[in-house]
Design a binder for this molecule. Structure first.
Ligand SMILES: C[S@@+](CC[C@H](N)C(=O)[O-])C[C@H]1O[C@@H](n2cnc3c(N)ncnc32)[C@H](O)[C@@H]1O
Length: 299
């Protein structure tokens, strides 16, 4: 019998590796520096809790504080809970960090109870982004702050006058061609699992995350009742390791190839990175991000 040390490791398809990349930390820093110093925080779509960690280590959480991370991915929540094991008991006057499995469209958090909602790299995933902003507005105190960032605006994700659209398009094409060369094998695996519908439409596209422009998100913030919305944008340079990290993330691969099992789509994407960089003759892939800060109206 194998000892625990020799058991095969489950591949890590979580967001953790990408969340640790230097360019990504610096990008989030650009947004999170606008956080006021606060005692109460809700992190929407918290993933593995990186935002709460960041705000705490940058002194934005003033004692005693409560921080709640909300997500629908239990595996990510479990990793997040392990980072804050010493802070998960509610004692009067002490700090408290909790991670709850809820959709950000509807949380159990008391109305008008929070000073800050952070909402990083997730609003574009939501079928109804307005409903999630309405929920953020509901739980914030009057004059409470929301901070949002997305790399999926229709008009700036691939910034004009850059090679970004061609770079990301080529990466996806190389991965798709490699998957096509194994299509029979993948169809067989899916059919063995009884997933015939997926097998019959191997290269179906998922929901389009590029549905809103940068100014659409400003409109949604206003519709949800926020004011003083300030947009900012930034273009990042992502190197090969940054790209390999995002290609290893479950939701990224599922977004590109929703019907293909991760054990095929992730290696195909990761292996596409080197040839894509070589064919584009570049050291960096570019990406455009929009950042927003806004306030709930006074009571
Ligand atoms: C790209 S990750 C971002 C994680 C984190 N905000 C960060 O920046 O480190 C997107 C997260 O959105 C979560 N998510 C997707 N739909 C959600 C929903 N309806 N409610 C809550 N979380 C959701 C996913 O589970 C995932 O953890």
């Amino acid at each position: 019998m194998s000892s625990p040390e020799t058991l095969p490791q489950q591949p890590d398809y979580s967001y953790e590796a990408f969340a640790q990349r230097d360019f990504y930390i610096a990008l989030n820093e650009r947004l999170l520096k606008y956080s006021p110093e606060i005692h109460s925080l809700v992190d929407f779509a918290t993933g593995t809790g990186a935002v709460i960690d960041h705000l705490r280590s940058h002194g934005k959480l003033k004692e005693p504080f409560t921080a709640i991370g909300v997500d629908i991915d239990e595996e990510g929540l479990e990793r997040a809970r392990r980072k804050f094991t010493n802070l998960n008991t509610l004692e009067s006057g002490s700090n408290y960090v909790n991670f709850i499995n809820y959709s950000v469209a509807e949380t159990p958090i008391t109305s008008s109870s929070q000073e800050l909602v952070t909402y990083l790299h997730a609003i574009h995933l939501m079928p109804d982004p307005l409903a999630t902003l309405v929920e953020a507005e509901r739980i914030l105190e009057p004059r409470g702050t929301i901070l949002v960032i997305t790399g999926y605006t229709k008009d700036f994700a691939y910034p004009p006058r850059t090679e970004a659209r061609r770079q990301w398009g080529l990466l996806a094409k190389i991965a798709r061609d490699s998957l096509k060369s194994r299509a029979e094998e993948i169809e067989y695996v899916l059919k063995q699992k009884g997933e015939d519908e997926k097998a019959n439409d191997l290269f179906a596209r998922g929901r389009d995350p590029f549905q809103n422009t940068a100014s659409d998100y400003l409109d949604l913030l206003a519709q949800a009742g926020f004011q003083y919305s300030v947009p900012d944008n930034h273009i990042t340079n992502m190197d090969r390791d940054d790209m390999r990290a995002i290609c290893s993330y479950r939701e990224f691969a599922q977004g590109r190839f929703p019907n293909i099992p991760l054990e095929y789509s992730i290696p195909a994407l990761v292996e596409a990175v080197d040839p894509a960089f070589e064919r584009m003759e570049t050291d960096y892939f570019q990406r455009g991000w929009y950042l927003y800060r806004a306030k709930k109206k006074a009571a």
